[in-house]
Design a protein around this ligand. Structure first.
Ligand SMILES: NC(=O)c1ccc[n+]([C@@H]2O[C@H](COP(=O)([O-])OP(=O)(O)OC[C@H]3O[C@@H](n4cnc5c(N)ncnc54)[C@H](O)[C@@H]3O)[C@@H](O)[C@H]2O)c1
Length: 426
């Protein structure tokens, strides 16, 4: 059954939600305040790198099932369901900043049809469903929590093949109406109250972040005792109680979600009287991991002042162009602070893009390594894994590599006499 849907906020989550729901046969209009973005989307140009999203946007425009606007009076009236996909960045005290959500509520409230269901897909603290209802100030509107679990880089796939669909509502019939939007997706539903639904999203991201910090700590132990972390992970991950996912050591975790969501959960817990020490430790381990990567570079080249360092990868993960809270940028910033000259290459980042003061972004991977004292691999793009080792050696001034993603072939590098530091590998 086709429903009339509006999506407020057309970023990574909103655009994926809008395009996928139109693909499932619903009639969707996406509303955003960013005129440039809306104009691009009206012309079928997707401003973000996300596999398969451009195809769905073009399909939706072609079938007239998907449209884009900045006009709230066009977007909201006549819509049975209104999704909120707005930013919830980290506030100074570590809590989630709800000002975008509140502002959008004030903009849409006068235009909502009586009986409409407002569905919050933004990641928000416990109590926000009630806060949205209060901000709307309409007693003829339903508000439901429906957190999103997609991963950037595979957002379309994840939206259409979710592990579960979580819906939090005070009224079960309204929850089931929201669930009906996803009838074509084969996924279990978890229908619960709004507080539990809101908490589920934070718990999921905090658990994943903790798992990553745990494995980075295990990698540090492996280095100290002469074990190989990759073999340790194999041995542990086959245990079905543990699994292999998110058990990959790296330069530290980042992106637009894990840092702000762990911080928000720690803040929620503290405000409720519980000191979430385990989560705080996971966050501290992560900050220390950025430093550990820089220490590995220093171990190879000595004092960084005046040294030329090549960086492969700036985005927080491969197959996205998103730099928000990227661990690579934290590490580059530390390298620059210690006086290194840094040249970076990333397949998702236009060399013209101004990323950080003092950082030169170059168009090719071997432009970055030319004459460098060391290469540091910070994002797991597959083209780095396949890099020609001979060419790499020819371009570098010194055969030093810090592989913070455990991506490169250690044996191939060793055969050519490279000095290599990775994360917990022997
Ligand atoms: N990015 C992810 O991987 C991901 C995954 C799951 C959940 N989330 C959560 O989803 C929410 C959105 O994240 P995102 O990454 O899509 O953010 P984003 O910054 O990519 O997109 C937000 C969009 O909202 C628009 N916007 C801001 N104020 C508006 C207003 N008043 N009216 C209309 N549009 C407005 C912005 O212009 C922007 O296009 C956040 O709460 C985030 O934590 C993100």
């Amino acid at each position: 059954m086709s429903s009339r849907i509006a999506v407020v906020g057309t970023g990574y989550v909103g655009l994926t939600t809008g395009a996928c729901l139109s693909h499932l046969g619903h009639d969707v209009v996406c509303l955003d305040v960013d005129e440039e973005k809306v104009q691009a989307l009206q012309g079928g140009h997707v401003p973000i790198l996300e596999d398969g999203l451009d195809r769905l946007v073009v399909e939706g425009l072609h079938t007239d099932k998907l449209s884009f606007t900045t006009d709230v009076t066009r977007a909201i009236p006549g819509r049975e369901f209104v999704f909120l996909c707005l930013p919830t960045p980290q506030a100074e005290d570590g809590s989630a900043d709800l000002s975008y959500v509140e502002k959008a509520c004030s903009q849409i409230t006068d235009h909502l049809d009586s009986g409409a269901v407002v569905i919050n897909k933004s990641t928000v603290p416990v109590g926000t469903t009630a806060l949205v209802a209060a901000a709307l100030g309409r007693y003829d509107i339903h508000v439901v929590s429906n957190p999103e679990f997609l991963r950037q880089g595979t957002a379309v796939h994840d939206f259409l093949n979710p592990d579960r669909i979580v819906i939090g509502a005070d009224d079960r019939d309204v929850a089931l109406r929201v669930a009906s939007l996803y009838l074509d997706l084969a996924a279990p539903w978890v229908v619960t109250d709004p507080a539990s639904s809101e908490l589920i999203k934070y718990v999921a991201n905090s658990f994943l972040a903790t798992k990553l910090s745990f494995v980075n700590s295990v990698a540090a132990v492996a280095e100290a005792v002469g074990a190989d972390v990759e073999d340790v992970i194999q041995g542990v991950g086959h245990d079905r109680r543990i699994g292999h996912a998110f058990l990959q050591p790296g330069p530290g975790w980042g992106g637009s979600c894990l840092p702000k969501d762990t911080s928000a959960l720690a803040h929620i817990a503290e405000s409720a009287g519980y000191e979430f020490g385990l989560l705080r430790s996971a966050m501290e381990v992560n900050v220390a991991q950025f430093e550990r990567v820089v220490a590995k570079v220093e171990d190879l080249v000595g004092d960084l002042k005046g040294k030329r360092i090549a960086v492969w990868g700036l985005t927080f993960k491969a197959n996205t162009d998103d730099l928000r809270d990227s661990p690579a940028l934290k590490i580059v910033s530390l390298l620059l602070k210690r006086g290194a000259e840094v040249r970076a290459y990333d397949p998702g980042i236009d060399p013209g893009r101004s990323v950080m003061d003092g950082l030169l972004v170059v168009p090719e991977m071997f432009d970055a390594t030319e004459g460098a004292d060391a290469l540091v691999v910070l994002t797991e793009w597959s083209q780095f894994r396949r890099a020609d080792v001979e060419r790499l050696q020819e371009s570098l001034a010194r055969s030093n590599v810090v592989d913070a993603r455990n991506l490169l072939d250690l044996d191939a590098l060793a055969r050519r006499g490279f000095a290599v530091r990775s994360i917990g590998r022997r």
